[in-house]
Design a protein around this ligand. Structure first.
Ligand SMILES: Cc1ncc(COP(=O)(O)O)c(C=O)c1O
Length: 478
């Protein structure tokens, strides 16, 4: 039997969803809303293509026509039309409706969802170098005052509990900047055994060697870190050049002993980089309080920003090294390049990415204060989840994060073994209930992230797991 591949819709799922008594066909409504938004963009285009002096008669007539189209579309939307087709934006490019029409539990997408402010800023600042209108001497991104990029950098450093901050194209580019500044060929870097591959690649690119700290019960401890440092010292006669550990890892969403690790790093006088890809932007994280020399965050993973975006915070004693400015001179032209920072290649996030991060920032600063509520929701889901007998939580419990690794080998997978759709039956059932993001076809070990869901959505999601179990006769406890 054929399995469902990307791009092929699981058979009948939408139809079945419709039969479940939904009061609204959200996908259809979203396609309609997008058409209205795009029609507004067509109105905007008239302004872009006309003279500063105003519209010609032809353009005026065009404006009336295009505005009318928006009006008609909005009226149709309001009337609750149920059968609006999906239209491509351009060749094969579908409008994305996942966040509006579904509950998305995809493990890496949850906290990168844009805020309404970020989406608005994206509309207004989508053009290439859009934040660079007022880039005046000394010509560097973090010096721009309008929009307030400079101010944002200062606030960002404060938010991270560090002295200096920069925006970077993803957490990976933050690792790269630090590693390439500190590590030379043959140097050792101590990493968590849960380190993300991008941390390894940053070490590899610098010609360094990676040594992993083993975990105990899937948690990396200060003690194990010290043992690893000793091991490197014994083997090579020198200390590692850097320690990099993830605050919360991507596999289990477990919290690692970052304070203990920072303390050991200090004792051995080895700089410590805290990977906050899963923490900065969702919970309060203060780099200095933890004892980190560097802190890296991911904009698109945890700061409600467009990809690729990230942040790098450093303590002042490292700032000159990491953010060293160019010394190069052209031999023909004799040109030099002022205060451009080598690791940043001058400037980093020059438009849409930066503006989404800036626009989301007030919300992000506020939302970290409500992390406990998010954790409560996460624990609610896992408690309900375990009611389906045989379902297990592989992540530490109680949950301290919204990303959770689950094991349904003894529950939902027993159905997959005899179902004609194999593991895809489970994704189909979730999709029928408007839930996406579970790895399609996976019924053994898989991950979900419930960050940012409302309590209503959390309860709906939890009930969906129970309902599916009951439908297939799996035992559910009271
Ligand atoms: C723990 C961890 N660190 C770093 C990264 C890389 O982040 P970015 O995509 O922002 O470079 C990821 C991405 O999945 C991750 O899970």
């Amino acid at each position: 039997m054929r399995s469902t591949h990307e791009g092929r819709k699981p058979y009948n799922v939408e139809v079945k969803a419709f039969q479940r008594g939904y009061t609204m066909d959200k996908p259809s409504q979203m396609y309609l809303l997008y058409d209205a938004l795009f029609a507004l963009e067509d109105v905007r285009e008239l302004y872009r293509k006309s003279l500063p002096t105003g519209f010609t008669e032809k353009e005026k007539a065009e404006l009336t026509e295009r505005v009318q189209k928006v009006r008609t579309l909005l009226e149709t939307l309001e009337s609750g039309d149920k059968s609006y087709p999906m239209k491509y934006i351009t060749d094969k490019l579908e409008p994305r409706i996942r966040e509006e029409a579904f509950i998305n539990i995809q493990p890496i997408q949850a906290a990168g969802r844009l805020t309404p402010e970020a989406r608005k800023a994206l509309i207004a600042y989508g053009d290439g170098y859009s934040v660079c209108d007022q880039c005046l001497s000394p010509f560097r991104l973090d010096k721009i005052t309008k929009p307030p990029v400079q101010e944002f950098h200062q606030e960002l450093a404060e938010f991270l509990g560090m002295d200096v901050a920069r925006v970077v194209p993803g957490a990976r580019r933050g690792f790269q900047a630090v590693v390439s500044s500190l590590v030379e060929k043959g140097d050792y870097v101590v990493l968590s055994s849960f380190a993300h591959y991008t941390e390894f690649l940053a070490v590899e690119q610098a010609g360094g060697k990676a040594k992993e700290i083993p975990s105990v019960n899937n948690v990396v401890t200060g003690e194990a870190c010290a043992q690893k440092i000793e091991e490197v010292k014994k083997e090579t006669g020198v200390l590692p050049k850097l320690i990099m550990v993830d605050h919360f890892d991507y596999t289990y969403g477990n919290e690692h002993e970052v304070r203990g690790i920072a303390q050991r790093a200090r004792e051995y006088n080895v700089p410590f980089l805290l990977n906050g890809a899963y923490s900065v932007g969702v919970m309060p994280v203060n780099g200095k309080e933890i004892g980190a020399d560097f802190i890296v965050g991911s904009g698109h993973k945890s700061m409600a920003s467009a990809a690729p975006s990230g942040v790098l915070g450093v303590k002042s004693e490292w700032a000159d090294k990491i953010f060293r400015t160019t010394k190069v001179t052209g031999d023909v032209t004799g040109r030099t390049f002022g205060i451009k920072e080598v690791e940043m290649l001058g400037c980093t996030l020059m438009g849409a990415t930066l503006i989404t991060m800036m626009a989301s920032f007030p919300t992000v600063k506020e939302r970290v204060r409500h992390w406990e509520e998010e954790v409560k929701k996460s624990n609610y889901v896992t408690t309900q989840f375990k009611r389906v007998q045989g379902s297990a939580i592989l992540s530490e419990e109680p949950r301290k994060h919204t990303l959770t690794h689950v094991d349904t080998t003894e529950s939902f997978d027993t159905v997959a073994k005899i179902h004609k759709r194999k593991g895809y039956y489970f994704s189909d059932e979730l999709k029928e209930r408007g839930i996406l993001g579970q790895f399609a076809g996976a019924t053994r070990r898989w991950k979900l992230n419930v960050y940012g869901l409302t309590w209503e959505q959390i309860k709906y999601l939890s009930e969906a797991f129970i309902e599916i179990a009951e439908k297939y006769g799996l035992p559910v406890t009271g």
